[in-house]
Design a protein around this ligand. Structure first.
Ligand code: SAM
Length: 414
């Protein structure tokens, strides 16, 4: 059975540790980068929790506030706390959250806690944030609050940049989708009830539940997937994968870049749940992908029991994608070429990588993509232009990282 929500904050579990690493690892470069943008940042933890677990570990609000203060302190330009505004929405544990924040930041009141529901409060919070850099962390217990109609409306607020990190409980969706369509979910997903973490909503075999599910993932595409599962054409893992891909495609209609990250905990090729990163700017997609790659050891190896899965590096010519598929170097080179053929004008490297990952997912390290680009340059298919073109010692530049002072532009020649 799904666990009781009351136990969630007793002890931080492995799932939460992974989410923290993804969030914490991203927020630092995100804050640092956007502090330079000149526009304020508005960070909202939409399902904030208590701030602290009973075992003393920080919850997501304290993690974010610590990183915020660190970034403000380290910023070369004097920054006011209002450069990064933080808001925490919490339905049940608002008082405890305030207490826990005050314990750690007794003199700092530059945060807002909203005691209420995300559904009721998020739009009023965002309505006056035109031109802000907005980041939403969406970590609900189940799937019920993830209405896509709301996401659609966010687009109208005119933010400078917009990003979301969503914990999408895809197995929870699968199980509820089966219930709603009266499909017997056979036990071919190991420990399905364990995977579906905390789930307060009861979905039933009813039209109302079907409508709710359609609203959650932005379309009815989930229904034929469940029916194919019911007919035995696909297994439950394939169904979960297809639902997640459908959800990604829906999000991509609203936002330019979507990263779909399966999270694994144990020595198994099967994902356990998914984090979706949504952004309307290439830098966000690039930074999050980089965050994942940098932390892959922690995220995917150390935490997995036995630590035996190696993400990406099977050999020099074969890699394992985040979905657990084997991808050959030839496939990657073909994909890079195919992405190049779509270019109608020169493109900056960061945009190219973000589009590539958005299309193909995190199938390999960036350096493999860079090697493929170099090959295309050698074949005269593209030209790679770096600024500055030479190093201070007058050597030809070879860098592969763009920053404020360094740019890389790809020109398609054929
Ligand atoms: C998975 S926990 C969040 C954990 C938190 N991210 C952390 O790392 O500590 C989900 C939280 O959302 C709260 N919650 C549930 N429904 C909500 C809603 N509709 N709006 C806002 N908060 C809600 C729950 O009380 C719970 O504290």
């Amino acid at each position: 059975m799904s666990k009781n929500n009351a136990e969630f904050f007793k002890e931080k579990n492995e799932w939460s540790v992974i989410k923290d690493k993804l969030l914490g690892g991203y927020l630092k470069p995100y804050f640092q980068k956007l502090l330079m943008s000149g526009h304020p940042i508005y960070y909202v933890d939409c399902f904030a929790g208590k701030g602290r677990f009973q075992d003393g570990k920080d919850g997501s609000p304290l993690i974010a506030l610590k990183i915020r203060d660190e970034c403000l302190k380290a910023s070369r330009i004097a920054r006011r706390p209002s450069s990064i505004q933080t808001c925490f929405i919490e339905k049940t544990h608002g008082d405890e959250l305030i207490k826990n924040i005050q314990l750690l930041f007794p003199t700092n009141n530059t945060y807002e806690v909203i005691k209420g529901k995300y559904e009721d409060n998020i739009e009023p919070c965002l309505a006056d944030k035109k031109d802000y850099n907005v980041f939403l962390y969406v970590d609900p217990y189940g799937i019920k609050s993830l209405s896509t109609a709301r996401l659609d409306r966010f687009k109208e607020f005119g933010f400078g940049t917009f990003e979301m990190l969503i914990n999408f409980n895809s197995f929870g969706f699968f199980r509820n989708a089966c219930k709603a369509l009266k499909v017997n979910y056979r036990n071919d997903i190991e420990g399905l009830d364990e995977l579906v973490e905390y789930e307060p909503t009861k979905f039933t075999a009813s039209e109302q539940s079907q409508r709710m599910l359609t609203d959650i993932v932005g379309g009815e595409y989930w229904k034929p997937i469940i029916m194919r599962y019911n007919n035995g054409e696909i297994d439950g893992y394939q169904a979960e994968l297809e639902i997640s891909l459908g959800y990604k495609q829906y999000l991509n209609k609203l936002y330019k870049y979507v990263l779909n990250m399966p999270i694994r905990l144990k020595h198994s090729q099967r994902p356990k749940y998914r984090m979706m990163h949504v952004s309307n700017h290439e830098d966000g997609c690039f930074l999050m992908a980089q965050n994942m790659l940098k932390r892959k050891e922690e995220l995917f190896i150390n935490i997995q029991q036995g630590g035996q899965i190696s993400l990406f590096d099977v050999s020099d010519t074969e890699f394992t994608s985040v979905e657990g598929d084997t991808v050959s170097i030839y496939e990657i080179e073909n994909n890079v070429y195919s992405q190049i053929t779509k270019l109608t004008r020169p493109i900056r490297l960061t945009s190219f990588i973000a589009s590539f990952i958005n299309t193909y997912g995190l199938i390999c390290e960036f350096k493999i993509i860079y090697n493929a680009l170099e090959k295309l340059e050698q074949s005269g298919i593209i030209r790679i232009e770096r600024q500055p073109s030479h190093t201070p010692t007058r050597r030809i530049s070879r860098f592969w990282e763009e920053d404020r002072d360094k740019t890389i532009t790809i020109w398609r020649l054929k």
